[in-house]
Design a protein around this ligand. Structure first.
Ligand SMILES: Cc1cc2nc3c(=O)[nH]c(=O)nc-3n(C[C@H](O)[C@H](O)[C@H](O)COP(=O)(O)OP(=O)(O)OC[C@H]3O[C@@H](n4cnc5c(N)ncnc54)[C@H](O)[C@@H]3O)c2cc1C
Length: 321
C-alpha cells in the first residue's frame, strides 16, 4: 500500500490534525507513506513532516498556490496519484481539506469515506471506522476500488513525533486552466489570544446555563487562569452569545484536551461527541440530573456564577498571581 497524506498548513505551521493523520498512516506499517505540502514558500515545512513518519514529502511550491483554494490543490494531488501510483490518499477534515477531497474523488472517480475517526488494517484490507446514529455506534467502511480516499474528523489522532527525516521532492506544478479561474478576493483572520481550541490542553466551555453572553467573561477568566481556550455549545452560538468558531460538538469542532471544564452545559449527545475524548471532564451544573454528569470524571452541583469565579480565584492563588 502506498499512502499520500494531504498536509495542510497555516502560516509556517503544519496543522496538528494533518500530522495526526500522517502519524496514523505511518503506524499502519506501510513502506511508502508520503506527505504533500502545497502552497507558496512552503518548502521549510517539509522537514517537519519527516519527524511525523513521512518517508517522502512532495512539495508543490508555487505563487499560484498561495491562496487556500481547492481546485489547484486537486490538480497537484491528481498528478501525484497518477505519477506515483498512490493507492490511498488521506485528509484531516477542514473546510479546505473537505473541498479538496471531494474534488479529488470526482477527478479520479475514486471512493471517498468521510467523517472517519479511525482506520485499521484487517486481513490486509483497509477498514475505516465511521461513527453513526449520533455517534452511538461505529460502522466499518471499506473501498471497492483504488485510489481510496478518506477524510478523518479533526482530533482523531495525536501526532507522534518519531524523529525521522523525509526525502523531499519538488513537484512540477501543472494547473488546469479551469482551476485558475477562481481567485481569493479577501481573507480575514480572527484575532485571538492564547491557544486555539483544537490545540489547547485545557478547554473551558460555556453553555446556556451561564444565563447570558455577558457571563462568558467567567469562562474566559477561568480559561485564562488555566492557560486554556474557550469553547461553547451550539445553543449559545446559535443565540449569538459567542462565535461559531468555538462551537464544540457534532456540527462544531471535535476537541480532546487534557482537561475539559463544562460550565452550565446539559451534555446533549451532539455536544458530547465533540468532547468525549477529553482526558478529564469536569462539569459544573446546578441540576444534579443533568446528563453531563453521566460522562464526567468530576461533577460539581452548583451555580456557575458562584463556582466558576471561586475556581478562577483558587487557580490564580495557586499560581501566585
Ligand atoms: C443536528 C443537531 C446538531 C447539533 N450539534 C451540536 C453541536 O455541535 N454542539 C452542541 O453543543 N450542540 C449541538 N446541538 C444542540 C444540542 O442538542 C443541545 O441543544 C445543546 O448542546 C444544548 O446546549 P446547552 O447545554 O448550552 O443548553 P441546555 O441544554 O439548555 O443546558 C443548559 C444547562 O445549564 C444548566 N444550568 C442552568 N442554569 C445554571 C446555573 N446558574 N449554574 C449551573 N448550571 C446551570 C441547566 O441545568 C442545563 O443543564 C445539535 C442539535 C442537533 C439537532
Amino acid at each position: 500500500m502506498s499512502t499520500l497524506v494531504f498536509l495542510e498548513h497555516h502560516g509556517n505551521e503544519l496543522l496538528k490534525p494533518s500530522l495526526g493523520v500522517l502519524s496514523k498512516a505511518a503506524s499502519l506499517g506501510d513502506e511508502d507513506v508520503a506527505g504533500v505540502v502545497i502552497g507558496s514558500d512552503v518548502r521549510a515545512l517539509a522537514d517537519e513532516a519527516g519527524k511525523f513518519g513521512a518517508a517522502r514529502v512532495h512539495v508543490a511550491d508555487d505563487p499560484r498556490l498561495e491562496a487556500p483554494l481547492a481546485q489547484p490543490r486537486v490538480d497537484v494531488l491528481a498528478q501525484l496519484v497518477r505519477d506515483n501510483g498512490y493507492d490511498t490518499v488521506l485528509f484531516a477534515n477542514s473546510v479546505l481539506a473537505a473541498d479538496v477531497a471531494a474534488g479529488l474523488a470526482a477527478r479520479l472517480d475514486a471512493g471517498l469515506n468521510w467523517d472517519l475517526t479511525d482506520v485499521v488494517r484487517d486481513d490486509g484490507r483497509l477498514v475505516g471506522k465511521r461513527p453513526a446514529l449520533q455517534d452511538s455506534i461505529y460502522v466499518d467502511v471499506g473501498w471497492t476500488s483504488e485510489p481510496r480516499l478518506a477524510l478523518f474528523r479533526q482530533g482523531s489522532f495525536d501526532p507522534t513525533a518519531t524523529g525521522g527525516s523525509a526525502e523531499v521532492e519538488d513537484v512540477n506544478v501543472q494547473l488546469e486552466e479551469f482551476s485558475t479561474s477562481a481567485r481569493m478576493v479577501e481573507q480575514a483572520h480572527e484575532e485571538s489570544e492564547g491557544p486555539s481550541i483544537e490545540d489547547a490542553e485545557v478547554v473551558v466551555a460555556g453553555g446556556r446555563g451561564l444565563g447570558g453572553p455577558e457571563n462568558f467573561t467567567l469562562v474566559e477568566q477561568l480559561a485564562k487562569a488555566l492557560g486554556g481556550a474557550v469553547g461553547a455549545t451550539r445553543a449559545v452560538v446559535d443565540a449569538g452569545w459567542y462565535p461559531y468558531s468555538t462551537q464544540v460538538g457534532q456540527t462544531g469542532k471535535t476537541v480532546a484536551p487534557k482537561l475539559y471544564i463544562a460550565c452550565g452545559i446539559s451534555g446533549a449527545i451532539q455536544h458530547k461527541v465533540g468532547m468525549q475524548a477529553s482526558g478529564v471532564i469536569v462539569a459544573i451544573n446546578k441540576d444534579p440530573n443533568a446528563p453531563i454528569f453521566e460522562f464526567s470524571d468530576l461533577g460539581v452541583v452548583g451555580d456557575v456564577h458562584e463556582v466558576v469565579p471561586k475556581l478562577t480565584e483558587l487557580v490564580n492563588q495557586r499560581k501566585g498571581s
